[in-house]
Design a protein around this ligand. Structure first.
Ligand code: ZN
Ligand code: ZN
Length: 372
């Protein structure tokens, strides 16, 4: 079969930056050496690029898991251009297709079914989409977003300005332009690229599937470290409207922590989470499926299967009772809080009115005494 034409801009960009990061950076480190300023600036720039993709491109724009103030959206838009991963509109449209047709080798733009290389970077090196290029029809909501469209129209100059301008500016400040261009410029870009690309490749190949086996997505704590929390990809593919990817407190999901912390400052709101009951049900269903597979080999399989089914039904019933009561309890707690608030408000008003009355009584007494 004839291969689609090579996209030379992408091939050259990835090759040159990788070569510089693999040869130029170690050479510079060994011969001249990087200072603390370059190292810290590189780590911060890397974090800024990564979080703009995970919190901005992915969880805000592609999945609408929360809402963000325009100022934060502009910060994401600039960071996304700095990460050099195409415009948010293009990225989110592609990503929505990925979720909709996950693992479909013809429709999923970076289907893991086509292997590690293809899903990691290969899909960007040739014009695989051809005539079926994304027309952004699945991102009409984003076409109405002024920040997204501003970035889309100005993407090229934003990408050039951030990728050359930021390291150059930092280099002027530190007095070491070449060192900064190599570290916060090239090394940061290459690491940022591959850390994100791991979500499409490794997060669909390596890890556990606690919630669903309907697609290849996997939960991988180690990968979560490199991807700002996106490593919990099995959870994400089944519950994509949830602003969290790592739902347990001990799971490493700095993107979730950032979105939550930003809500306390009023920068984000309406953070969406999937009801706890649905998550527990999905997990139990998966466990039942796996246990059934294992039990099938046993001599008393029929009996064991029946027992599993019975216990599973009982578990679901108990879950329903528990979560219903929990919901009621939360509602009552909320009502109690409102009542307490009203009581406090009432007390304050009572004191205020009492004070007003006392003042007026004194005033009145003075007045009537004057006329007596
Ligand atoms: Zn996603
Ligand atoms: Zn995926």
């Amino acid at each position: 079969m004839k291969q689609p034409p090579i996209i030379w801009t992408n091939v050259l960009l990835f090759s040159i930056t990788t070569l510089v990061a693999a040869i130029g950076v170690p050479w510079y480190a060994l011969t001249i050496g990087f200072g603390w300023f370059e190292i810290i600036a590189t780590i911060i720039s890397l974090g800024y690029c990564g979080m703009s993709i995970t919190a901005g491109y992915h969880r805000l724009w592609a999945h609408k898991t929360y809402e963000a103030q325009p100022i934060l959206q502009y910060i994401y838009a600039i960071g996304g251009a700095f990460a050099l991963q195409n415009s948010a509109l293009h990225w989110a449209a592609d990503h929505r297709v990925h979720h909709r047709h996950v693992d479909n080798n013809d429709k999923d733009p970076y289907s893991a079914g086509r292997g590690f290389w293809y899903s990691h970077i290969g899909w960007m090196l040739r014009d695989y989409a051809g005539d079926n290029k994304c027309d952004y029809n699945n991102a009409r909501d984003l076409q109405k977003n002024t920040v997204v469209m501003w970035q889309h129209r100005n993407y090229l100059w934003l990408a050039i300005a951030t990728n050359f301008g930021i390291p150059l500016l930092l280099g002027i400040v530190s007095g070491n332009i070449l060192g900064m261009l190599l570290s916060a410029g090239v090394l940061r870009l290459v690491l940022s690229h591959h850390f994100t690309f791991f979500i499409n490749s490794l997060a669909h190949i390596w890890g556990k599937q606690p919630y669903t086996e309907q697609n290849s997505a996997r939960d991988n704590g180690l990968l979560a470290f490199l991807t700002y929390g996106e490593g919990y990809h099995n959870f994400h593919h089944i519950f994509e409207s949830d602003y969290r990817n790592g739902i347990k407190w001990y799971q490493f999901d700095p993107t979730k922590w950032f979105i939550k912390a930003a809500s306390w400052l009023g920068l984000t709101r309406n953070l969406r989470i999937v009801p706890e009951e649905l998550i527990a049900q999905a997990k139990a269903k998966m466990q039942l499926q796996r246990a059934k597979e294992r039990v099938k080999q046993r001599p008393n399989a029929e009996q064991l299967l029946q027992l599993l089914e019975q216990e599973y039904e009982l578990l679901l019933a108990r879950m329903q009772d528990y979560y219903q009561l929990k919901k009621q309890l939360l509602l009552e707690r909320k009502e109690l809080l409102v009542a307490q608030y009203h009581a406090v408000d009432f007390k304050i008003r009572y004191q205020e009115f009492k004070h007003h009355l006392q003042l007026q009584q004194q005033h009145w007494q003075r007045l009537v005494t004057a006329f007596s």
